[in-house]
Design a protein around this ligand. Structure first.
Ligand SMILES: Nc1ncnc2c1ncn2[C@@H]1O[C@H](COP(=O)(O)OP(=O)(O)OP(=O)(O)O)[C@@H](O)[C@H]1O
Ligand SMILES: [Mg+2]
Length: 413
């Protein structure tokens, strides 16, 4: 499996190791047979067992939004449920906040779920005869929080999701988007260590859905919750995810940042998912830049520089100072002229005007720079050192989408 390390700015709050879920009678028999590594279809044909999850391992960092994506039936809902043992795994280990989830008794498990987790489902999961306020406070009620306290917290959460004034209404008088906000308010009020969201926005119409995504991002920038979020929608995943795990037939086949997944899909299946993504909003300068080699410094003589540029099979170079900051752009024509005229310092021939960017800038942001200067764009790190450069045609090429043979028809995902 292709993985990208989780951002190392914290401790993993969730660790899953070797998780399997086999549906059917006496599922352990699969491990004793040599069919374990066969395809899901073959296993089902030969044994009647359904592979829900296959050898899943991953970690989620505190404060991360970890998105699960995959075709229908790939195991997303099973995985999110197995993590808090709403479905028991057939094999494997789960640790949340250092607790070994599979070792908990039924009673401990209930307590753990109530205290540390909150789930938001596609179909809202609201109690129809409870008001908005009571729905939002429900997680705290089952946790035994006194009424006054839980109402205070729930009111705060209702405010956070923008439903102030709707506290006393029943869910039936709210639109789908508003009901989904109540679901999220309930999860927020419970202040869990982990929020599990199974396609929470998929019942909403596109405009409301985009709005909910923006609100979630806004919320997250203030609250830094850990979320495991299931979606079918690539744009949604790219927008909200810190990292995305792509699932196929019960297995995770790639984990990475949105950018990793777009830039390096590990298989045709992943490629299918990402081909409709608009790369300009995801690809960054750091991904498409060329490395600046060899390094050429301003004190080097014109003939030496000529040889270095020639050997590097380029017709230009960025010229560096002592601290490896770019001080000029030199193209080979200007250098040839300098040598012909007997000049002995390359700074006499270099152009000190060129555009710069940081490795994090997206292709979309680079585009105006590419049109502003005839020279490649210099990519500088945060102390101003030159780390690479991007030629203008690379930017244009990376903006052009490759369409699949079927013309990019909607996929049945
Ligand atoms: N209770 C069950 N009994 C038998 N098989 C099951 C059960 N629950 C899930 N499965 C099977 O496990 C596999 C994964 O299902 P799951 O619902 O996790 O997929 P999903 O990725 O969430 O799909 P969707 O996008 O449609 O929600 C499927 O093959 C499904 O048929
Ligand atoms: Mg599902």
């Amino acid at each position: 499996m292709e993985t990208t390390d989780a951002p190392d700015n914290g401790v993993p709050i969730l660790i899953a190791r070797g998780l399997w879920k086999i549906f059917g009678e006496n599922p352990e028999r699969l491990f004793k047979s040599d069919l374990k590594n066969e395809s899901k279809e073959k296993i089902q044909e030969e044994t009647g067992l359904v592979v829900g999850l296959r050898d899943i391992s991953f970690e989620v960092q505190k404060g991360e939004i970890f998105v699960l994506m995959g075709l229908s039936g790939s195991g997303k809902s099973t995985l999110i449920r197995v993590l808090i043992r709403l479905v028991d795994p057939t094999a494997g280990e789960i640790y949340i906040g250092g607790k070994e989830i599979c070792a908990l008794s039924e009673k401990e498990l209930m307590k753990f779920r109530r205290r540390s987790t909150a789930m938001v489902f596609q179909a809202f999961g609201l109690l129809p005869h409870y008001t908005v306020l009571d729905n939002a406070a429900y997680g705290l009620k089952i946790r035994g929080v006194p009424e006054e306290e839980r109402k205070k917290v729930a009111l705060e959460a209702i405010k956070t999701v923008g439903l102030e004034g709707w506290e006393d209404y029943l869910p039936s008088s709210l639109s789908g988007g508003m009901q989904q906000r109540v679901g999220i308010a309930r999860a927020l009020a419970a202040d869990p260590d982990i929020m599990l969201l199974d396609e929470p926005f998929s019942g909403l119409d596109p405009l409301i859905r985009r709005q909910m995504q923006n609100e979630l991002i806004q919320l997250q920038s203030e609250l830094h919750k850990t979320m495991i979020f299931v979606t079918h929608d690539l744009q949604e995943a790219l927008k909200i995810a810190d990292r995305i795990a792509i699932m196929q037939d019960g297995a995770i086949i790639q984990i990475g940042t949105p950018e990793d997944i777009i830039a390096n899909p590990v298989s045709d299946y992943v490629q299918e998912f990402v081909q409709d993504a608009y790369p300009a909003t995801v690809l960054t300068a750091g991904t498409i830049m060329e490395v600046n080699e060899p390094e050429i410094h301003v004190w080097q003589g014109p003939k030496v520089v000529h040889t270095l540029i020639h050997r590097s099979k380029r017709d230009f170079a960025f010229i560096l100072d002592k601290g490896n900051c770019a001080v000029g752009f030199l193209n080979h024509k200007a250098l040839d002229m300098l040598i012909k005229d007997g000049g002995d310092r390359i700074d006499q021939a270099m152009d000190t005007e060129f555009e710069t960017c940081t490795p994090e800038m997206t292709v979309e942001e680079l585009f105006p720079l590419a049109t502003a200067s005839p020279h490649p764009i210099a990519v500088l790190d945060d102390v101003g050192k030159l780390v690479g450069y991007i030629r203008n045609h690379t930017i244009i090429e990376s903006m052009i989408q490759e369409w699949p043979e079927n013309g990019g028809e909607d996929k049945d995902v």
